[in-house]
Design a protein around this ligand. Structure first.
Ligand SMILES: *Cc1c(COP(=O)(O)O)cnc(C)c1O
Length: 389
């Protein structure tokens, strides 16, 4: 950027910058007393993990709230996804997935002796493009692993159609999709299994945590056994499991948060509305379309920055916002296919590459004051105007 722009930014930041860091997200924490009161019975019983009462309650409550038949809680989403692959006995071979995701989606494949085959994303969205899947299916293809990126549901019907014709299981990485509904139904009912993450950066959090949802009681039961060392009885261990259990401290944090969840989604919805109002007509900024048949969770606010029209590219905007103490994130850059350890043998992935280079996620969390969202949107607009002079 030229020096005139830089000095104007400095002057603007001096008057409009935030005095403290504005993070891209902050965990939605209930009052600490609520967590303590929820935890107390488990504490008094000295039963703090292994199918504790809070764990059982949270599983039941979440299955009901999310609208899924079966749900297993886990210590985190990555171990839940790893377990899903093991539940389906997937080993050695290829799994068709998207490069536009968090590294864990792909890491777990390698931990199971599998490898990714990357399929590009949709022309008009950020999810794996069903139209690209079929050409990638080969004799060693074992499964399809799509991601509901930013909580927007994949084209689940098209993916199911392809999977059924080829006899392939589908596992959804639904880490972003807590509470999302598609045509009035939980997005988690699609595929053989869906993984959720309850990491501190997600809309529902147990600090670390995750879950596997399924409509299949046998898969559910296998996941239960595998997340607890393969143990089925005091003296019977039926499979090489691992330790994927959620403990009672995590479950207490989850339970104490449930009452406030709807209010939190409502706050996110209002922030989403503020950003949209300010930015939707800004040249060179493309916002994420919310499909009509989706009840979203407003987990992220991704903005696509087109340099030719906006005046700045994504990376310059990202760096410039830091001068205002606004900490955005380039989710999901870099692409998984760009890491040497998981690059696989990939052709070009032009749409995913463009998305990774152009998307910036703006601060989005329930406790973000609406005035801050107004200010962030206004600053972004002003930077565009300034850059286009
Ligand atoms: C957060 C996330 C994960 C990992 O979940 P953890 O609970 O942090 O292990 C996996 N995939 C995606 C898309 C994620 O965003």
């Amino acid at each position: 950027m030229n020096t005139a722009f830089k000095s104007q930014v400095r002057a603007m930041a001096a008057s409009m910058g935030f005095p403290e860091a504005v993070y891209v997200t902050r965990p939605n924490l209930p009052p600490l007393d609520d967590v303590m009161n929820t935890l107390k019975p488990a504490w008094d019983r000295r039963w703090i993990t292994n199918d504790g009462e809070l764990h059982i309650r949270l599983e039941t409550e979440l299955a009901k709230r999310l609208g899924v038949p079966y749900l297993n809680l886990f210590c985190n989403g990555t171990v839940a996804l790893l377990t899903a692959l093991k539940v389906l006995n997937l080993e050695e071979g290829a799994v068709i997935t998207t490069p536009f995701t968090f590294p864990a989606t792909v890491s777990v494949l390698y931990w199971c002796g599998l490898r990714p085959v990357y399929c590009d994303i949709q022309p008009d969205g950020y999810n794996l493009d069903p139209a690209g899947i079929e050409a990638l299916i080969g004799p060693d293809t074992k499964a399809i692993l799509p991601v509901h990126v930013y909580g927007i549901p994949c084209d689940v019907a098209a993916i199911k159609d392809i999977a059924d014709r080829h006899g392939l299981p589908v596992i959804y990485d639904a880490a972003h999709a807590f509470g999302v509904r598609l045509r009035g139904e939980s997005v988690l009912v699609h595929g053989d299994l869906s993984m959720l993450s309850f990491h501190a950066t997600k809309v529902f959090t147990t600090a670390e945590g995750g879950a596997l949802a399924t409509g299949n009681p046998e898969l559910h039961q296998r996941a239960r056994v595998l997340k607890n060392f393969g143990i089925t009885g005091e003296e019977s261990v039926v499979a090489p499991g691992l330790n994927g259990k959620m403990n009672e401290m995590q479950a207490a944090l989850g339970l104490a948060q449930l009452d406030g969840l709807d209010a939190n989604t409502e706050k996110r919805r209002r922030l989403d509305g503020i950003y949209r109002r300010l930015l939707q007509h800004e040249p060179g900024l493309a916002l994420l379309d919310m499909p009509r048949d989706v009840d979203p969770n407003y987990a992220y606010f991704p903005v696509r920055v087109q340099e030719a029209l906006f005046g700045l590219n994504r990376d310059t905007l990202y760096e410039t916002l830091k001068a205002f103490n606004i900490q955005c994130r380039k989710y999901l850059y870099p692409l998984c296919s760009s890491h040497p350890w998981c690059s696989a043998k990939t052709g070009t992935l032009p749409r995913a590459e463009a998305a990774a280079d152009e998307v910036l996620c703006l601060p989005m969390y329930g406790q973000l004051p609406e005035a801050w969202a107004e200010k962030i949107g206004t600053i972004i607009k002003s930077l565009g105007s300034l850059a286009r002079i």
